[in-house]
Design a binder for this molecule. Structure first.
Ligand code: CA
Length: 418
Protein backbone atom coordinates (compact mmCIF):
# COMPACT_ATOMS: atom_id res chain seq x y z
CA UNK A 1 0.00 0.00 0.00
CA UNK A 2 1.34 3.45 -0.96
CA UNK A 3 -0.08 6.97 -0.60
CA UNK A 4 -3.52 7.30 -2.22
CA UNK A 5 -3.75 10.76 -3.79
CA UNK A 6 -6.59 13.14 -2.98
CA UNK A 7 -7.68 16.41 -4.59
CA UNK A 8 -7.42 17.90 -1.08
CA UNK A 9 -3.77 18.96 -1.46
CA UNK A 10 -2.79 18.89 2.24
CA UNK A 11 -3.74 15.18 2.41
CA UNK A 12 -0.93 14.25 0.00
CA UNK A 13 1.90 15.19 2.37
CA UNK A 14 3.59 11.87 3.33
CA UNK A 15 3.77 13.07 6.95
CA UNK A 16 0.16 14.28 7.22
CA UNK A 17 -1.86 12.18 9.68
CA UNK A 18 -5.02 12.23 7.54
CA UNK A 19 -4.31 11.10 3.95
CA UNK A 20 -6.93 9.39 1.77
CA UNK A 21 -5.62 6.07 3.16
CA UNK A 22 -6.90 7.02 6.61
CA UNK A 23 -10.37 8.65 6.48
CA UNK A 24 -11.00 8.68 10.24
CA UNK A 25 -14.48 9.39 11.61
CA UNK A 26 -15.25 12.20 14.05
CA UNK A 27 -18.00 14.55 15.22
CA UNK A 28 -17.44 18.28 14.83
CA UNK A 29 -19.21 21.62 15.07
CA UNK A 30 -18.38 25.15 13.95
CA UNK A 31 -19.79 28.59 14.70
CA UNK A 32 -22.39 27.93 11.96
CA UNK A 33 -22.84 24.16 12.08
CA UNK A 34 -24.34 22.03 14.89
CA UNK A 35 -22.40 18.91 15.91
CA UNK A 36 -22.39 16.35 13.10
CA UNK A 37 -20.40 13.45 11.66
CA UNK A 38 -17.38 14.23 9.53
CA UNK A 39 -14.40 12.55 7.91
CA UNK A 40 -10.91 14.02 8.18
CA UNK A 41 -9.04 14.55 4.91
CA UNK A 42 -5.80 16.51 5.16
CA UNK A 43 -6.44 19.77 7.03
CA UNK A 44 -10.15 19.59 6.22
CA UNK A 45 -13.28 17.72 7.34
CA UNK A 46 -15.90 16.48 4.91
CA UNK A 47 -19.33 17.22 6.40
CA UNK A 48 -21.11 13.85 6.15
CA UNK A 49 -24.52 15.26 7.03
CA UNK A 50 -24.53 17.74 4.17
CA UNK A 51 -22.88 15.19 1.85
CA UNK A 52 -25.76 12.82 2.52
CA UNK A 53 -28.38 15.58 2.16
CA UNK A 54 -26.81 16.50 -1.19
CA UNK A 55 -27.03 12.89 -2.37
CA UNK A 56 -23.25 12.42 -2.50
CA UNK A 57 -23.58 9.62 0.08
CA UNK A 58 -26.65 7.45 -0.39
CA UNK A 59 -26.13 3.99 1.05
CA UNK A 60 -29.23 3.35 3.17
CA UNK A 61 -32.95 4.00 2.90
CA UNK A 62 -33.00 6.04 6.12
CA UNK A 63 -30.34 8.69 6.61
CA UNK A 64 -27.15 7.63 8.44
CA UNK A 65 -25.92 11.11 9.26
CA UNK A 66 -28.91 12.86 10.82
CA UNK A 67 -27.36 12.21 14.25
CA UNK A 68 -24.10 13.58 15.75
CA UNK A 69 -22.48 10.18 16.51
CA UNK A 70 -21.18 7.17 14.59
CA UNK A 71 -23.15 4.46 16.43
CA UNK A 72 -25.76 4.16 13.66
CA UNK A 73 -23.05 3.48 11.09
CA UNK A 74 -21.55 0.88 13.44
CA UNK A 75 -24.93 -0.83 13.85
CA UNK A 76 -25.29 -1.24 10.07
CA UNK A 77 -22.45 -3.77 10.01
CA UNK A 78 -19.32 -4.61 8.09
CA UNK A 79 -20.79 -4.51 4.57
CA UNK A 80 -21.94 -0.93 5.11
CA UNK A 81 -18.61 -0.01 6.77
CA UNK A 82 -16.81 -1.14 3.65
CA UNK A 83 -19.30 0.48 1.22
CA UNK A 84 -19.04 3.79 3.09
CA UNK A 85 -15.24 3.75 3.01
CA UNK A 86 -15.30 2.97 -0.74
CA UNK A 87 -17.74 5.81 -1.37
CA UNK A 88 -15.74 8.34 0.67
CA UNK A 89 -12.57 7.25 -1.12
CA UNK A 90 -14.28 7.76 -4.48
CA UNK A 91 -15.52 11.25 -3.50
CA UNK A 92 -12.15 12.45 -2.20
CA UNK A 93 -9.75 10.72 -4.62
CA UNK A 94 -7.65 12.74 -7.04
CA UNK A 95 -9.63 13.27 -10.24
CA UNK A 96 -12.99 12.43 -8.64
CA UNK A 97 -16.03 13.57 -10.67
CA UNK A 98 -17.63 14.49 -7.29
CA UNK A 99 -15.06 17.16 -6.46
CA UNK A 100 -17.17 20.13 -7.55
CA UNK A 101 -20.08 19.06 -5.32
CA UNK A 102 -17.93 17.95 -2.39
CA UNK A 103 -15.56 20.92 -2.17
CA UNK A 104 -18.17 23.32 -0.66
CA UNK A 105 -18.86 20.69 2.02
CA UNK A 106 -15.31 20.84 3.40
CA UNK A 107 -14.69 22.62 6.69
CA UNK A 108 -11.17 23.59 7.85
CA UNK A 109 -10.21 21.60 10.95
CA UNK A 110 -8.86 24.87 12.36
CA UNK A 111 -12.45 26.20 12.50
CA UNK A 112 -13.95 23.06 14.04
CA UNK A 113 -14.56 22.00 17.61
CA UNK A 114 -14.39 18.23 18.10
CA UNK A 115 -16.86 16.21 20.18
CA UNK A 116 -17.00 12.59 21.33
CA UNK A 117 -17.21 10.64 18.05
CA UNK A 118 -19.66 8.05 19.38
CA UNK A 119 -22.03 7.46 22.26
CA UNK A 120 -19.98 5.37 24.68
CA UNK A 121 -22.31 2.53 25.58
CA UNK A 122 -20.11 0.94 28.24
CA UNK A 123 -16.44 1.11 29.07
CA UNK A 124 -14.15 -1.73 30.14
CA UNK A 125 -10.47 -1.30 30.88
CA UNK A 126 -7.89 -4.08 30.68
CA UNK A 127 -4.43 -4.64 32.13
CA UNK A 128 -2.93 -6.46 29.18
CA UNK A 129 0.51 -4.89 28.70
CA UNK A 130 3.08 -7.25 30.17
CA UNK A 131 5.84 -4.72 30.85
CA UNK A 132 3.35 -2.45 32.62
CA UNK A 133 1.88 -5.28 34.70
CA UNK A 134 5.38 -6.48 35.56
CA UNK A 135 6.60 -2.98 36.52
CA UNK A 136 3.58 -2.18 38.66
CA UNK A 137 3.57 -5.66 40.23
CA UNK A 138 7.29 -5.35 41.02
CA UNK A 139 6.67 -2.07 42.84
CA UNK A 140 3.78 -3.40 44.91
CA UNK A 141 4.63 -7.08 45.41
CA UNK A 142 8.29 -7.49 44.39
CA UNK A 143 9.65 -8.87 41.09
CA UNK A 144 9.11 -12.53 42.10
CA UNK A 145 5.34 -12.08 42.42
CA UNK A 146 4.99 -9.27 39.90
CA UNK A 147 2.52 -10.98 37.56
CA UNK A 148 -0.62 -12.33 39.24
CA UNK A 149 -1.07 -16.10 38.65
CA UNK A 150 -3.90 -15.56 36.16
CA UNK A 151 -2.08 -12.95 34.08
CA UNK A 152 -0.61 -15.20 31.37
CA UNK A 153 -3.96 -17.01 30.92
CA UNK A 154 -6.58 -14.25 30.67
CA UNK A 155 -6.57 -10.54 29.85
CA UNK A 156 -7.50 -9.08 33.25
CA UNK A 157 -10.01 -6.23 33.18
CA UNK A 158 -12.55 -4.27 35.20
CA UNK A 159 -15.79 -2.53 34.32
CA UNK A 160 -15.22 1.23 34.09
CA UNK A 161 -17.61 4.16 33.70
CA UNK A 162 -18.83 5.19 30.25
CA UNK A 163 -20.08 8.44 31.81
CA UNK A 164 -16.53 9.58 32.54
CA UNK A 165 -15.19 9.23 28.96
CA UNK A 166 -14.39 12.66 27.47
CA UNK A 167 -12.98 13.91 24.19
CA UNK A 168 -9.48 15.29 23.78
CA UNK A 169 -9.19 18.91 24.92
CA UNK A 170 -11.50 18.50 27.91
CA UNK A 171 -9.88 19.84 31.11
CA UNK A 172 -9.39 17.31 33.90
CA UNK A 173 -10.13 18.35 37.48
CA UNK A 174 -7.77 16.86 40.07
CA UNK A 175 -9.96 14.57 42.21
CA UNK A 176 -10.40 14.32 45.94
CA UNK A 177 -10.45 10.91 47.53
CA UNK A 178 -9.74 8.79 50.52
CA UNK A 179 -5.98 8.40 50.92
CA UNK A 180 -4.07 6.33 53.43
CA UNK A 181 -0.46 7.23 53.96
CA UNK A 182 1.77 4.42 55.29
CA UNK A 183 2.85 6.85 58.06
CA UNK A 184 -0.70 7.21 59.42
CA UNK A 185 -3.04 4.70 61.02
CA UNK A 186 -6.17 6.23 59.53
CA UNK A 187 -7.10 7.45 56.05
CA UNK A 188 -7.89 11.11 55.26
CA UNK A 189 -10.07 12.77 52.61
CA UNK A 190 -7.74 14.93 50.51
CA UNK A 191 -6.99 16.04 46.95
CA UNK A 192 -5.10 13.36 45.01
CA UNK A 193 -1.32 13.82 45.26
CA UNK A 194 -0.33 11.14 42.78
CA UNK A 195 -2.37 11.92 39.68
CA UNK A 196 -1.15 10.01 36.65
CA UNK A 197 -1.76 9.14 33.01
CA UNK A 198 -2.04 5.75 31.36
CA UNK A 199 -1.07 5.47 27.69
CA UNK A 200 -3.58 3.10 26.08
CA UNK A 201 -5.41 2.35 22.87
CA UNK A 202 -9.21 2.09 22.89
CA UNK A 203 -11.01 -0.44 20.70
CA UNK A 204 -14.62 0.35 19.74
CA UNK A 205 -17.09 -2.51 19.43
CA UNK A 206 -19.21 -1.96 16.31
CA UNK A 207 -21.48 -5.00 16.29
CA UNK A 208 -23.57 -6.60 19.04
CA UNK A 209 -23.01 -10.10 20.39
CA UNK A 210 -25.00 -12.35 22.71
CA UNK A 211 -23.02 -15.07 24.40
CA UNK A 212 -19.47 -16.29 23.82
CA UNK A 213 -17.77 -15.36 20.53
CA UNK A 214 -14.45 -16.48 19.05
CA UNK A 215 -11.34 -14.33 18.67
CA UNK A 216 -12.01 -14.08 14.92
CA UNK A 217 -15.63 -13.08 15.47
CA UNK A 218 -14.46 -10.52 18.02
CA UNK A 219 -11.98 -9.06 15.55
CA UNK A 220 -14.73 -8.79 12.94
CA UNK A 221 -16.97 -6.94 15.44
CA UNK A 222 -14.42 -4.21 16.18
CA UNK A 223 -15.15 -0.97 14.30
CA UNK A 224 -12.01 1.04 14.96
CA UNK A 225 -9.48 2.40 17.40
CA UNK A 226 -8.71 5.63 19.29
CA UNK A 227 -5.94 6.78 21.60
CA UNK A 228 -7.01 6.56 25.24
CA UNK A 229 -5.66 8.12 28.43
CA UNK A 230 -6.96 6.40 31.54
CA UNK A 231 -6.31 9.15 34.13
CA UNK A 232 -5.38 7.40 37.37
CA UNK A 233 -5.24 8.57 40.99
CA UNK A 234 -2.49 6.32 42.32
CA UNK A 235 -2.90 7.17 46.00
CA UNK A 236 -6.67 6.61 45.90
CA UNK A 237 -6.03 3.37 44.01
CA UNK A 238 -3.44 2.06 46.48
CA UNK A 239 -5.93 2.30 49.36
CA UNK A 240 -9.10 1.12 47.62
CA UNK A 241 -8.05 -1.55 45.12
CA UNK A 242 -8.08 -4.71 47.23
CA UNK A 243 -9.96 -6.97 46.82
CA UNK A 244 -12.24 -5.72 44.00
CA UNK A 245 -9.85 -3.64 41.90
CA UNK A 246 -9.79 0.06 41.00
CA UNK A 247 -12.94 2.13 41.57
CA UNK A 248 -12.77 5.88 42.26
CA UNK A 249 -9.09 5.98 41.23
CA UNK A 250 -10.21 5.51 37.61
CA UNK A 251 -13.58 7.24 37.67
CA UNK A 252 -12.55 10.91 37.29
CA UNK A 253 -12.10 10.85 33.53
CA UNK A 254 -10.81 8.86 30.58
CA UNK A 255 -9.82 10.93 27.54
CA UNK A 256 -10.04 9.62 23.97
CA UNK A 257 -8.73 11.11 20.72
CA UNK A 258 -11.46 12.67 18.55
CA UNK A 259 -11.03 10.53 15.42
CA UNK A 260 -12.00 6.87 15.10
CA UNK A 261 -9.34 5.24 12.92
CA UNK A 262 -11.09 2.35 11.23
CA UNK A 263 -9.86 -1.21 11.16
CA UNK A 264 -9.68 -0.90 7.37
CA UNK A 265 -7.18 1.98 7.60
CA UNK A 266 -5.05 -0.01 10.05
CA UNK A 267 -5.11 -3.23 8.00
CA UNK A 268 -1.62 -2.76 6.44
CA UNK A 269 -0.13 -2.43 9.94
CA UNK A 270 -1.39 -5.70 11.44
CA UNK A 271 1.22 -7.57 13.42
CA UNK A 272 1.46 -10.67 15.61
CA UNK A 273 1.09 -10.74 19.36
CA UNK A 274 4.33 -11.60 21.19
CA UNK A 275 5.31 -15.21 21.63
CA UNK A 276 3.22 -16.94 24.32
CA UNK A 277 5.04 -17.84 27.51
CA UNK A 278 2.23 -20.19 28.47
CA UNK A 279 -0.07 -21.78 25.92
CA UNK A 280 -3.43 -20.02 25.90
CA UNK A 281 -6.63 -22.04 26.24
CA UNK A 282 -8.17 -22.78 22.82
CA UNK A 283 -10.88 -20.09 23.00
CA UNK A 284 -8.25 -17.32 23.44
CA UNK A 285 -5.56 -18.66 21.08
CA UNK A 286 -4.03 -16.38 18.47
CA UNK A 287 -5.61 -16.96 15.07
CA UNK A 288 -3.57 -14.44 13.09
CA UNK A 289 -1.96 -11.02 13.46
CA UNK A 290 -4.35 -9.11 15.72
CA UNK A 291 -2.16 -6.26 17.00
CA UNK A 292 -1.08 -3.19 15.03
CA UNK A 293 2.26 -1.47 14.56
CA UNK A 294 1.36 1.97 15.96
CA UNK A 295 4.11 4.29 17.25
CA UNK A 296 2.91 5.97 20.42
CA UNK A 297 4.36 8.85 22.40
CA UNK A 298 3.48 11.02 25.37
CA UNK A 299 4.34 14.70 25.86
CA UNK A 300 4.02 16.78 29.01
CA UNK A 301 3.86 20.58 28.90
CA UNK A 302 3.93 22.51 32.19
CA UNK A 303 1.57 25.51 32.18
CA UNK A 304 2.77 28.09 29.65
CA UNK A 305 5.91 26.11 28.79
CA UNK A 306 7.16 23.88 26.01
CA UNK A 307 6.31 20.18 25.90
CA UNK A 308 8.79 17.38 26.65
CA UNK A 309 8.43 13.87 25.24
CA UNK A 310 8.34 11.70 28.36
CA UNK A 311 7.66 8.30 26.76
CA UNK A 312 7.70 6.53 23.40
CA UNK A 313 6.53 3.01 22.72
CA UNK A 314 4.36 0.94 20.33
CA UNK A 315 0.96 -0.75 20.48
CA UNK A 316 2.58 -4.02 19.38
CA UNK A 317 4.04 -4.26 22.92
CA UNK A 318 0.64 -5.55 24.12
CA UNK A 319 0.44 -9.18 25.26
CA UNK A 320 -3.26 -9.55 24.37
CA UNK A 321 -5.04 -8.06 21.33
CA UNK A 322 -8.35 -6.19 21.55
CA UNK A 323 -9.94 -9.18 19.78
CA UNK A 324 -8.75 -11.50 22.54
CA UNK A 325 -10.00 -9.05 25.17
CA UNK A 326 -13.40 -8.81 23.50
CA UNK A 327 -13.64 -12.60 23.13
CA UNK A 328 -12.74 -13.06 26.80
CA UNK A 329 -15.31 -10.39 27.75
CA UNK A 330 -18.09 -12.47 26.15
CA UNK A 331 -17.17 -15.86 27.66
CA UNK A 332 -19.58 -15.44 30.58
CA UNK A 333 -22.43 -14.64 28.20
CA UNK A 334 -21.96 -10.90 28.71
CA UNK A 335 -23.82 -9.11 25.88
CA UNK A 336 -21.73 -6.55 24.00
CA UNK A 337 -23.14 -3.56 22.12
CA UNK A 338 -22.11 -1.09 19.44
CA UNK A 339 -20.36 1.79 21.19
CA UNK A 340 -18.74 -0.37 23.87
CA UNK A 341 -15.22 0.90 24.50
CA UNK A 342 -12.35 -1.41 25.52
CA UNK A 343 -9.18 0.13 26.96
CA UNK A 344 -6.10 -1.94 26.10
CA UNK A 345 -4.33 -1.43 29.40
CA UNK A 346 -1.24 0.69 29.79
CA UNK A 347 1.28 0.16 27.01
CA UNK A 348 4.90 0.05 28.14
CA UNK A 349 7.97 -1.23 26.34
CA UNK A 350 11.00 -2.86 27.91
CA UNK A 351 13.19 0.21 28.49
CA UNK A 352 12.72 3.17 30.81
CA UNK A 353 11.70 5.72 28.15
CA UNK A 354 9.06 3.25 26.88
CA UNK A 355 6.98 3.32 30.06
CA UNK A 356 3.39 4.48 29.57
CA UNK A 357 2.70 5.96 33.02
CA UNK A 358 4.45 8.30 35.44
CA UNK A 359 4.09 5.62 38.12
CA UNK A 360 6.55 3.53 36.11
CA UNK A 361 8.62 6.42 34.70
CA UNK A 362 9.31 7.79 38.20
CA UNK A 363 9.25 4.29 39.76
CA UNK A 364 6.56 5.11 42.26
CA UNK A 365 7.89 8.64 42.76
CA UNK A 366 11.36 7.47 43.83
CA UNK A 367 13.09 8.53 40.59
CA UNK A 368 11.49 11.78 39.33
CA UNK A 369 11.99 12.48 35.62
CA UNK A 370 13.48 15.78 34.43
CA UNK A 371 11.64 17.76 31.75
CA UNK A 372 13.39 19.85 29.07
CA UNK A 373 12.39 22.93 31.11
CA UNK A 374 14.55 21.63 33.97
CA UNK A 375 11.54 20.87 36.15
CA UNK A 376 11.08 17.48 37.75
CA UNK A 377 7.95 15.35 37.76
CA UNK A 378 6.97 12.26 39.71
CA UNK A 379 3.25 12.77 39.06
CA UNK A 380 1.15 15.41 37.28
CA UNK A 381 0.98 18.97 38.63
CA UNK A 382 -1.87 21.45 38.19
CA UNK A 383 -1.59 23.22 34.83
CA UNK A 384 0.24 20.33 33.17
CA UNK A 385 -1.02 19.43 29.70
CA UNK A 386 -0.59 15.79 28.85
CA UNK A 387 -0.87 14.68 25.22
CA UNK A 388 -0.83 11.22 23.64
CA UNK A 389 0.24 10.87 20.00
CA UNK A 390 -0.15 7.86 17.68
CA UNK A 391 1.10 7.19 14.15
CA UNK A 392 1.47 4.27 11.73
CA UNK A 393 4.24 4.65 9.17
CA UNK A 394 3.29 3.33 5.73
CA UNK A 395 5.19 3.36 2.46
CA UNK A 396 5.22 7.12 1.78
CA UNK A 397 2.26 7.91 4.02
CA UNK A 398 1.23 8.22 7.66
CA UNK A 399 -1.90 7.16 9.51
CA UNK A 400 -2.47 9.48 12.49
CA UNK A 401 -5.04 9.48 15.27
CA UNK A 402 -5.19 13.16 16.20
CA UNK A 403 -4.04 14.22 19.64
CA UNK A 404 -5.45 12.91 22.90
CA UNK A 405 -4.86 15.80 25.32
CA UNK A 406 -6.01 17.10 28.68
CA UNK A 407 -4.93 19.84 31.09
CA UNK A 408 -4.98 19.32 34.86
CA UNK A 409 -7.09 21.83 36.78
CA UNK A 410 -6.51 22.36 40.52
CA UNK A 411 -8.71 20.39 42.92
CA UNK A 412 -11.81 22.17 44.17
CA UNK A 413 -11.38 23.92 47.52
CA UNK A 414 -13.37 21.31 49.41
CA UNK A 415 -16.17 19.51 47.57
CA UNK A 416 -18.20 19.05 50.78
CA UNK A 417 -17.90 22.66 52.05
CA UNK A 418 -21.42 23.81 51.20
CA1 CA B 1 -5.84 1.52 32.64
Amino acid sequence: MTLQKSWVASANDPKHPFPLNNLPYGVFSTAELDPRCGVAIGDMILDCQRAEEAGLISLTEDPLFDVPFWNEVMEEGAELWSALRDRLTAILADGSPDRERAEPLLVPQADAEMHLPFLVSEYTDFYAGKNHAFNVGSMFRGPENALPPNWLHIPIGYNGRASSVVVSGTDIRRPWGQLKSPDHDLPAFLPCRRFDLELEMGAIVGQPSEGPITVDEADANIFGYVLLNDWSARDIQAWEYQPLGPFQAKATATTISPWIVTKAALEPFRTDCPEREVELLPHLKDTGPMLYDIDLSVTLAPEGKAATEIARTNYKEMYYSAAQQLAHHTTSGCPMNPGDLLGSGTISGATKHERGSLLELSWGGKEPITLDTGEERSFLLDGDTLTLHGECHGDGYTIGFGNCAGTILPALEDPYAR
